[in-house]
Design a protein around this ligand. Structure first.
Ligand SMILES: Cc1ncc(COP(=O)(O)O)c(C=O)c1O
Length: 451
């Protein structure tokens, strides 16, 4: 019975994948409409297999198509079958990566992926850990930073000082995490960015000096490699100099842009990231593996154990600490996220990955040129990563995005910066082509005419 369910599931997957071509967008519907069509409530009796598998198929087919060439809404997309295969194996084997006793060989695979990432970042004596997503890898980095800089918070609780975090166009997880860590959301100070969306280092210095004069304790500066909306890369060397001058922890949020390190052509965007104390990098964004796969890395080995580890005799019973990654993790049970990253990287090699990263960065530049050459559109800023920020002249970007979504034409979102709203299309999908970009821009213009 179990295997038959797996086989039927693969058939459903086949149908769903085929529909990426024929029905690339699941039209937006209100919750009441879905609830009217789908028998979702869990009941006392359960269901017969055949009826259940039909329901599972219907649910699957009604699910958004993030791998289709009409999905530009988020910083992930596309589908790589090698990574999908590895993820299926992770689920089937279902080993938790906390101890070598349970994880075995898979622990060594995780170590290999982290070692490769550390090497790309340039942390020669560093360490790292997977966690479920960039928000959480940023949380881990900020928790370690807080403990390391305060010395007492970890064991004694908050010491009453007003700690301050700085970032420019940082991801909203930075503010959220400051709230979670007892730093306080209102103690995250936004530093102005320049015309390219990058943190202005002089403004950072001035803000730190002002805060020190007021008796505050500057704690962490978060610079961003690929900001969420504009895709800007902060200038890590300049920011790091200031962080060191005032004894701040420097974290680089490379959830989006860390993957530039895989490309000889684009790695200069990450110049100086090795100077920072910690870096986070999502493989589920530009590396194109399925959600979730995110790594936090520390320049100094031992940081995770020092600030995170907790005794658990029932769990950590054998083997070298180095082989028990649970010791440096905020989680207990840990999904095997590493296998899919390893599988895709092993399969592509450094060379193959480089081509893919070059492709999506180049494609975004192609899209920008198309927008610039069309008098009915306006480019907001030259893309530095894989997001295209643009407007259709005299049309509402919000209404265009809503029209495309409601009419099942494309999923794309809008962004806002310095008082302007614009369409923000993301091209992380390795399978996109120039023709897909042309078609998308035509659809945007068509929506502009219809609204
Ligand atoms: C710069 C940046 N950091 C962190 C995150 C959060 O990553 P996740 O969605 O994996 O939590 C994002 C997500 O878009 C991001 O753009």
């Amino acid at each position: 019975m179990d295997l038959s369910i797996l086989q039927q599931t693969l058939q459903i997957a086949e149908k769903y994948i085929a529909a990426d071509q024929t029905d690339p967008v699941v039209p937006h519907r209100q919750p009441a409409e879905w609830l009217a069509d789908f028998d979702l409530p869990i009941s006392q009796e359960g269901m017969p297999e055949e009826a259940f598998m039909q329901l599972l198929e219907n649910v699957t087919m009604a699910t958004n198509k993030t791998a289709s060439t009409a999905f530009f809404n988020q910083l992930y997309g596309g589908r790589n079958m090698v990574a999908v295969a590895a993820e299926i194996i992770s689920v089937i084997t279902n080993v938790s990566l906390y101890t070598y006793k349970v994880g075995g060989l898979q622990i060594l695979i995780e170590k290999e992926v982290i070692a490769q990432m550390l090497k790309k970042v340039g942390f020669e004596n560093g360490e790292g850990a997977f966690a479920p997503g960039g928000s959480l890898t940023n949380l881990v980095a900020m928790a370690v930073a807080r403990n390391e800089k305060s010395q007492t918070i970890k064991n004694m609780g908050h010491d009453g000082r007003k700690y301050i975090v700085y970032s420019a166009e940082g991801h909203y997880s930075i503010t959220k995490n400051a709230g979670l860590l007892g730093i306080g959301r209102s103690n995250v100070k936004k530093i102005n960015s320049d015309s390219m969306g990058r943190m202005d280092p002089e403004k950072l210095r001035k803000q730190i000096q002002t805060d020190l004069q007021q008796g505050l304790r500057p704690l962490i500066v978060v610079s961003t490699a690929g900001t969420t909306v504009m895709g800007a890369f902060d200038q890590f060397e300049e920011v790091d100099k200031i962080a060191k001058e005032f004894d701040l922890w420097h974290h680089v949020d490379g959830a989006l842009g860390g993957s530039a390190l895989l490309s000889e052509r684009y790695k200069a965007l990450m110049k100086g990231c090795h100077l920072a104390d910690s870096v986070s990098w999502n493989a589920h964004k530009l590396m194109g593996v399925p959600l979730t796969a995110s790594v936090v890395m520390f320049k100094e080995k031992g940081m995770m154990k020092k600030h995170i580890s907790e005794r658990a005799e029932y769990l950590f019973q054998s083997d070298d600490e180095d082989l028990n990654p649970g010791i440096g993790s905020i989680q207990c049970g840990r999904h095997n996220d590493a296998l899919k990253v390893w599988a895709m990287w092993k399969w592509l090699g450094h060379e193959g990955y480089e081509k893919r990263i070059n492709h999506i960065f180049d494609l975004t530049k192609y899209a920008a040129e198309k927008v610039k050459s069309d008098p009915s559109m306006r480019l907001i800023l030259e893309p530095q990563c894989v997001t295209l920020c643009f407007q259709v002249l005299e049309k509402s970007s919000i209404e265009i995005c809503n029209y495309l979504n409601q009419h099942g034409m494309a999923k794309v979102g809008y962004g806002e910066s310095k008082g302007e709203t614009f369409i923000r299309a993301a091209f992380p999908n390795h399978n996109l082509t120039e023709q897909d970009i042309d078609r998308f821009l035509e659809m945007v213009k068509l929506a502009g005419e219809k609204i």
